[in-house]
Design a protein around this ligand. Structure first.
Ligand code: PLP
Length: 458
């Protein structure tokens, strides 16, 4: 494609270019995704089923079909602390790879907690506060979501209780200190604070935890504490919605750069940063615009999109959530403790899964050692140390750039660098010492978990 060459490497928007509305892809989808079902009745859930967990405004966002959902002023004001985020052209990485490809990355690591997560944390805290909620319970994997919600709790004056997956709690003590500095209280999950946690610990006192277990604990905490609602950092439709500020800004910034991406890449754990970057671009396609190659990058140790089945399943291990149709490895599947803790989830956002079924996106799985190698190469070229999760997107971006080189093509590649890795230095230390290991795809464990997928009453 035609490109305008420019020497600029950073594309910055003014504060007044922060989007005024979130982009709701439901307005443009060629067909709607299958509805969430009540596990008892097998019938689609209604707003009443979600009311114990979420404030009404967020529930309304899940069923809304308007293309634009207005961002309330207090949320937009809080976004001004770190938005619009910059778009960079990775010229030094291009040079290191000796590729004719142009590589762009949207950098969300400059937010107060260091990832894209405050985009939804601030929105969720605001809508809860506005409806009289005083306390939020949540889970966190790598600690990025817990940090973001702890920051949002400080911004909107809410108490925050965080169930942190044990493996990360032990690997990343400073994430806990950051959450506590913002004022949150943090316990390792499985914990003794819930009946479910006690039950899991009784079976295995050395359980390293998983997002599925931590979600179950946070939900139990919510329904047993008055004034408390549940908050989550990924998977749910309204979380993906709030993240669309990323893609909307990027569309303007690529226009400033005078280019259009051929390939758009995001790492996918629950799917929110991937959706945040790609949905506004996919919306343009659905409305009759050009098609992009859109790739979700996931870990080989938890490859729900590439190896999972598309089926109704629970979002958590205790099987308390509604049933959602998604690519899943089975709610009982506990991924190996890879360092990209944010990608250790058995399922995928229903909207992202639906897009995969429609053929609008593709997926690739990658091993962690190759991802860390890409992370080190990136740090040496561009100066930013990526979080382990976006090194998966980076690895795919580099593969695309090398492929473009082999084909002699000037491909334009855009990926989401959704967080920095300053709290992940122990993982980089292992990589640099040569002791980091790959985990093979655990076929037997997945087959076992898939054997107990729920059956749907119909
Ligand atoms: C939470 C997190 C992820 C995984 O969550 P998604 O919903 O898939 O975005 C990926 N990267 C970073 C930096 C995170 O904090």
């Amino acid at each position: 494609m035609a490109t305008v060459l420019t020497e600029r490497t950073r594309f910055i928007l003014d504060e007044d270019r922060i989007p005024r509305a979130w982009y709701n892809i439901a307005a443009d989808l060629p067909s709607p995704p299958p509805p969430p079902l009540h596990p008892g009745t097998g019938q689609p859930i209604g707003p009443g089923d979600l009311a114990p967990l979420f404030p009404m405004e967020l529930i309304k966002q899940v069923v809304a079909t308007d293309r634009e959902i207005e961002i309330p002023d207090p949320v937009r004001d809080a976004y001004k602390l770190y938005r619009p985020s910059p778009l960079h052209r990775a010229r030094r990485l291009e040079k290191a790879l000796d590729t004719p490809a142009h590589i762009y990355y949207k950098y969300e690591g400059g937010s107060p907690s260091g990832s894209h997560k405050p985009n939804t944390a601030l929105a969720q805290a605001y809508f809860n506060k506005a409806e009289g909620v005083t306390r939020l319970a949540t889970e966190t994997g790598a600690g990025q979501w817990g940090s973001a919600l702890a920051f949002a709790g400080a911004a909107f004056d809410l108490e925050i209780k965080v169930f942190m997956v044990r493996a990360s709690y032990d690997q990343k003590p400073y994430r806990r200190v950051l959450m506590e500095t913002y004022g949150a209280s943090v316990v390792p999950s499985p914990s003794r604070d819930t009946q479910y946690g006690q039950q899991v610990l009784a079976e295995n006192p050395r359980h390293t935890g998983s997002l599925g277990v931590a979600i179950s604990e946070a939900i139990e905490d919510t329904v047993t504490h008055p004034g408390t609602k549940y908050s989550l950092g990924s998977v749910f439709d309204f979380v993906l919605l709030h993240q669309t500020v990323i893609g909307q800004e990027t569309i303007e910034q690529m226009a400033l750069a005078g280019e259009e991406p051929d390939v758009i890449i995001g790492c996918a754990g629950g799917g929110s940063n991937f959706a945040g970057l790609t949905f506004p671009w996919l919306g343009q396609t659905f409305r009759g615009g050009r098609r992009y190659k859109v790739i979700a990058a996931e870990p080989e140790a938890a490859p729900s999109l590439t190896r999972g089945v598309y089926a109704y399943d629970f979002g958590d291990t205790a099987k308390t959530t509604p049933l959602v149709k998604m690519h899943t490895l089975g709610a009982d599947f506990i991924p190996e403790p890879i360092h990209a803790g944010g990608l250790r989830y058995h399922g995928m956002a229903p909207l992202v899964s639906h897009l995969k079924e429609l053929g609008a996106i593709e997926a690739r799985s990658v091993h962690q050692v190759a991802c860390f190698a890409a992370g080190v190469q990136f740090a040496r070229a561009e100066g930013i140390l990526p979080a382990p999760e976006p090194t998966h997107a980076l690895k795919v971006a580099i593969d695309e750039a090398l492929d473009a080189k082999a084909a002699g093509e000037e491909r334009v590649i855009l990926f989401n660098l959704c967080g920095h890795g300053h709290f992940d230095l122990s993982a980089y230390e292992k990589f640099l010492a040569g002791t980091l290991e790959d985990y093979e795809y655990p076929d037997a464990a997945v087959q076992k978990a898939l054997a107990s997928l729920p059956t749907i009453a119909s």
